[in-house]
Ligand binder design. Structure first.
Ligand SMILES: *[C@@H]1O[C@H](CO)[C@@H](O)[C@H](O)[C@H]1NC(C)=O
Ligand SMILES: *[C@@H]1O[C@H](CO)[C@@H](O)[C@H](O)[C@H]1NC(C)=O
Length: 478
């Protein structure tokens, strides 16, 4: 009898535990959703394979022979590392997104620069709008039942009224009003806790602190964040140009590419610090590279927020070399906005061209690649910190990051990025403020030149010793 009772109790407990686990899991499954992030398509509508340098892609081929202006090898179906996207490339990307994962996709972030570098500078507005229309139509067909959140890039036309009209199926009346006025908006997701704010980062390039459009965006942003906070909602910030510096830009000279003016960069950081508790993700493009940023509390240096930068669809990059075309899908909690993971897809462009077939494949999954199960400020801070603890010769986590940074374009990842180069990445990732970034670069360069005997102990030690002599910037981290 006694044994029987025990068995029954055991049975109840076991079943009870099992059902708790199952229901817990079931609930989690229901909460999981996906969203695509597409950025920097840079459609070159004039791309042609007849070596007509007056049309579209006209830059010298990517082999360092910059004096051979206009002379190039034959262009291929899916494009060229020195050129913006062909239509075939963009179509192959859309087809992949449709067939790989169309289930459970909640929405799509499309963060700007739909036009080729050439088109945005040399073509008339009606031709530019035709290209954007074609890209828009393709995305509409690809995501017939999802919302696409478009953000303006600096290579998109400034005709906001026409763009608004083109995107009217995605922008409800309220959002449209703001979009037409300033190029920024959010779409009230009434039954959802997670809200998505799309910024017009072109306004962050404005020099004048009193620029009316830029000030309006700041005031508006602060107001909506305050509202979300009051309503216990959470938010993703989405835009084209990220805050901070280019991780691939070497040295202390001012970069030639487009970034936020210092005033706007500082203001952005300030706002993140104020509202970090409700900002559960920041998503940007623009740099054509796969990287991330970590933002810290001003008081105690605690990591409080992160931004993910996704690589471009176009293989072309005007600074520091090209990349393979990339597309990204995030896995997230639909209710809390918590981002768990992403899958980075890519197309090996030279293989695609030689096979005459675009086989987009998984490049990596964030969680398995880096061994991190949740994308949080602390986890990303810890990851970035590892970049400084190994020398370039180690076959470590930095090399993984570096390989992904240009979407596997590097064939010799281990020799391409030395300690100074690794530090440049580290500084850009962890110092979004320009002054702090500059300090970080100076320390790295100084430390490397003055303590070569300590190289075997890794960059971290070198930096630590520099910190001892009292540089304020280090206080936050060591
Ligand atoms: C846009 O699409 C239309 C219709 O398919 C086509 O005729 C036109 O050539 C396309 N234009 C560009 C620039 O892709
Ligand atoms: C990565 O994620 C994709 C999509 O969820 C999945 O199909 C694939 O099996 C995963 N790969 C690895 C190595 O985890």
């Amino acid at each position: 009898m006694c044994d029987h009772k025990k068995m029954v109790v055991l049975w109840i407990v076991t079943v009870g535990l099992l059902s708790v686990r199952v229901s817990g899991r079931g609930e989690l499954y229901e909460r999981i959703g996906y969203f695509w992030h597409i950025t920097d398509i840079h459609y070159d509508g004039h791309f042609n394979s007849y070596q007509d340098v007056r049309k579209g892609c006209w830059r010298p081929s990517y082999d360092g022979s910059s004096n051979m202006r206009g002379q190039r090898g034959p262009l291929s179906q899916y494009g060229d590392y020195s050129c913006d996207s062909t239509w075939e490339l963009i179509e192959s990307a859309a087809k992949m997104m449709m067939t790989r994962q169309n289930e459970n996709v909640e929405f799509v972030l499309w963060t700007g620069d739909a036009l080729s570098h050439h088109a945005s500078r040399h073509l008339k507005e009606d031709r530019q709008l035709e290209m954007i229309q074609n890209v828009t139509d393709l995305l509409r067909k690809t995501f017939s039942s999802q919302f696409v959140f478009p953000a303006l890039g600096h290579d998109d036309p400034s005709a906001r009224k026409q763009l608004g009209k083109m995107w009217s199926q995605w922008l409800p009346t309220d959002a449209m009003k703001f979009f037409e006025q300033g190029g920024y908006y959010y779409i009230e997701r009434k039954t959802q806790k997670l809200q998505i704010v799309v910024l017009n980062t072109n306004l962050m390039k404005r020099q004048d602190e009193d620029d009316e459009e830029a000030s309006n965006q700041w005031d508006w942003l602060e107001k909506v964040l305050e509202k979300f906070k009051r309503n216990n909602e959470v938010v993703y910030l989405v835009g084209h140009i990220p805050p901070g510096s280019d991780e691939r830009h070497k040295g202390l000279t001012a970069p030639s590419h487009i970034m936020y003016k210092d005033y706007h960069n500082k203001r952005y950081i300030k706002l993140i610090r104020k509202y970090h508790a409700i900002i559960v993700g920041q998503f940007y493009g623009h740099l054509h590279s796969d990287t991330f940023r970590v933002l810290y509390s001003e008081n105690n240096g605690r990591p409080i927020s992160w931004a993910m930068l996704a690589p471009s669809v176009t293989p072309k990059r005007t600074h520091d070399g090209p990349n393979n075309p990339g597309l990204r899908i995030y896995k997230f909690d639909k209710y809390s906005g918590q981002v768990f993971d992403y899958t980075q897809y890519y197309l090996d462009l030279s293989t695609a061209n030689s096979n005459g077939k675009a086989d987009w494949v998984v490049e990596y999954n964030f969680s398995t690649y880096y061994g991190i199960n949740d994308i949080t400020p602390l986890n990303l801070h810890t990851l970035a910190d590892k970049f400084t603890q190994e020398t370039a010769a180690d076959n470590g986590v930095f090399n993984k990051y570096y390989r992904a940074n240009s979407v596997r374009i590097h064939t010799k990842a281990t020799t391409n990025c030395d300690d100074t180069c690794a530090h440049t990445h580290y500084c850009a990732i962890t110092r979004v403020d320009y002054d702090e970034h500059e300090q970080c670069l100076k320390i790295a360069v100084g430390a490397l030149s003055s303590s070569s005997s300590l190289v075997f102990l890794g960059v971290k030690l070198k930096l630590t010793s520099v910190c001892f002599i009292g540089l304020v910037i280090c206080k936050m981290f060591w």
